[in-house]
Design a protein around this ligand. Structure first.
Ligand SMILES: Cc1cc2nc3c(=O)[nH]c(=O)nc-3n(C[C@H](O)[C@H](O)[C@H](O)COP(=O)(O)OP(=O)(O)OC[C@H]3O[C@@H](n4cnc5c(N)ncnc54)[C@H](O)[C@@H]3O)c2cc1C
Ligand SMILES: NC(=O)c1ccc[n+]([C@@H]2O[C@H](COP(=O)([O-])OP(=O)(O)OC[C@H]3O[C@@H](n4cnc5c(N)ncnc54)[C@H](OP(=O)(O)O)[C@@H]3O)[C@@H](O)[C@H]2O)c1
Length: 426
């Protein structure tokens, strides 16, 4: 008997169920997209479960971004549905303000994700017509498996779920610190160092700028080309300007106008080693998902020579990097600002709606709804504004079915109730 108790004690989950049937959708991911979907479902009266691998909401923003980060689009394009930013927020809220807003958003809509639960697999079971979502739950060092069974699955794991770590010759022999931009917090610890920043997207540019501001000497690798646009043109947000123009003009023309305006404000960026792609910035974003850089000061540091722009990397060796032009640089540390990728293919067992790159195959605004109750929130390549419109569409779609079914159910219950009353009168 004693042995039996000891057995049960050791396996604390002995009596816990290993699966649950969810009334409503499962939302995978408690970032802005998952929270927005949850809030919109709440409004429709649809219950849901949010599953999040981290121990907090918006883990990308809380754990994997640098200190100086601010939203790079004006706040009206970044707020989530149904709850605007506080009025006293600046035009470009800081990372801290954005996190505070998201926390109050979750509280306002009473969204309580299941934290430390990483979705390992999800597949649609044709026979039952349900999704089977398997998770790994971490409690301290304990790991247990769990399964959710649900009718609707909302994928909200983000375009930036995993960091891209390039395999560059000799990197393992380099010897100094090598980190991805997602682990970079501030230039403080790089003071006085020569740092190679690999990549010239928004992260690469801003990390380089931050390094300069902390008295480090960054060299930034530009292996191909990049569109740099001013964050504002004549006092108006470049993004807002593009959005307004797109209402009246074709994309190719807006692209041309953006480039002329960028040239007027920034001058010729090519002479600093920042070659422009042959495709315009908006078309490139739509087709390849490559985001233009919105300059917030890095260009000035490039002009002044504080940020050294260098071509692609050939190989690393101890304390050194050799570039494709044969030049060799002595460096102390490396920051890989080499971007992110979706992790959907690693867990979603489905190949019709999502492509191999982890994005819906259909382009925005079509890529939010798949078959058999599958949805995607936040894969529009349009940042937070895309996440909001996905969330509203998804909630409306599920809410319509939910309400209709509830109406039918109520009718049937009332009819049955009436039948019982009339029978009891005899
Ligand atoms: C440095 C940086 C700055 C940015 N700045 C802006 C900006 O200013 N404006 C803008 O519009 N966009 C910006 N973006 C884009 C950014 O992707 C969006 O702002 C926003 O975070 C997208 O929200 P999301 O919920 O779709 O994805 P995420 O914020 O990435 O949230 C997805 C969540 O899913 C969780 N998750 C992933 N896989 C699993 C799994 N298997 N099981 C359970 N949970 C899982 C993650 O832990 C995460 O919490 C920025 C991105 C980066 C990297
Ligand atoms: N709010 C903000 O201000 C802010 C700040 C940071 C990021 N963001 C957003 O976050 C998302 C990710 O941005 P990101 O800058 O991290 O990634 P990114 O835009 O994907 O840029 C990755 C960069 O790394 C380069 N790269 C990749 N592998 C390389 C290699 N092996 N050698 C040399 N260069 C290599 C790419 O070059 P190629 O182009 O040649 O492939 C590109 O320049 C974007 O949507 C961005 O807008 C926003």
């Amino acid at each position: 008997m004693e042995n039996l108790f000891r057995l049960v004690d050791q396996d604390q989950d002995f009596f816990q169920p290993k699966w649950t049937l969810v009334n409503g959708p499962i939302i995978v991911g408690a970032g802005p997209s998952g929270l927005a979907a949850a809030a919109c479902l709440k409004e429709q009266g649809v219950p849901f479960v949010v599953v999040e691998r981290a121990d907090c909401i918006a883990s990308l923003w809380q754990k994997r971004t640098y200190d100086r980060l601010k939203l790079h689009l004006p706040k009206q394009f970044c707020q989530l549905p149904k709850l605007p930013f506080p009025e006293d927020y600046p035009e470009y809220p800081t990372k801290r303000q954005f996190i505070e807003y998201l926390e109050s958003y979750a509280k306002h809509f009473d969204i309580n994700p299941k934290f430390n639960e990483c979705v390992q697999s999800a597949r649609y079971d044709e026979t039952s017509g349900f999704w089977r979502v398997k998770t790994l739950v971490s409690t301290g060092s304990n790991k247990t498996q769990f399964e959710y069974i649900c009718r609707w699955l909302i994928v909200a794991t983000g375009e930036n779920a995993e960091s891209v770590m390039p395999d560059i010759e000799g990197l393992s022999e380099f010897g100094g610190d090598v980190i991805h931009a997602c682990d970079y917090k501030s230039g403080e610890k790089f003071k006085g160092q020569k740092v190679l920043v690999v990549g010239c997207g928004n992260s690469g540019m801003e990390v380089s700028l931050d390094l300069c501001n902390h008295n480090a000497s960054p060299s930034m690798v530009v292996r191909s080309s990049v569109h740099v646009l001013p964050r504002e043109i004549f006092g108006k947000s470049t993004f807002e300007l593009a959005v307004s123009m797109m209402k009246w003009l074709p994309l190719w023309l807006v692209d041309k106008l953006m480039l002329i305006l960028a040239w007027l404000v920034l001058g010729n960026t090519e002479k600093y080693g920042l070659k422009r792609p042959s495709t315009g910035p908006l078309e490139l974003k739509n087709k390849k998902g490559k985001t233009p850089v919105l300059d917030i000061g890095a260009l000035e540091k490039i002009r002044s020579g504080d940020i050294n722009v260098v071509p692609g990397i050939k190989r690393f060796s101890r304390g050194q990097v050799e570039l494709v032009n044969g030049e060799k640089l002595e460096i102390d540390s490396v920051v890989l600002a080499t971007g992110y990728r979706s992790n959907v293919p690693s867990w979603l067992e489905e190949g019709e709606f999502f492509g191999k790159n982890g994005y819906p195959k259909a382009e925005s605004p079509q890529g939010w709804k798949g078959k058999a109750g599958l949805y995607a929130a936040g894969f529009t390549r349009r940042g937070l504004s895309g996440a909001s419109s996905d969330a509203m569409r998804i909630a409306h779609d599920i809410g319509t079915v939910w309400k209709e079914e509830n109406k039918q159910l109520k009718k049937r219950t009332i009819a049955r109730h009436r039948r019982c009353i009339s029978l009891s009168q005899f």
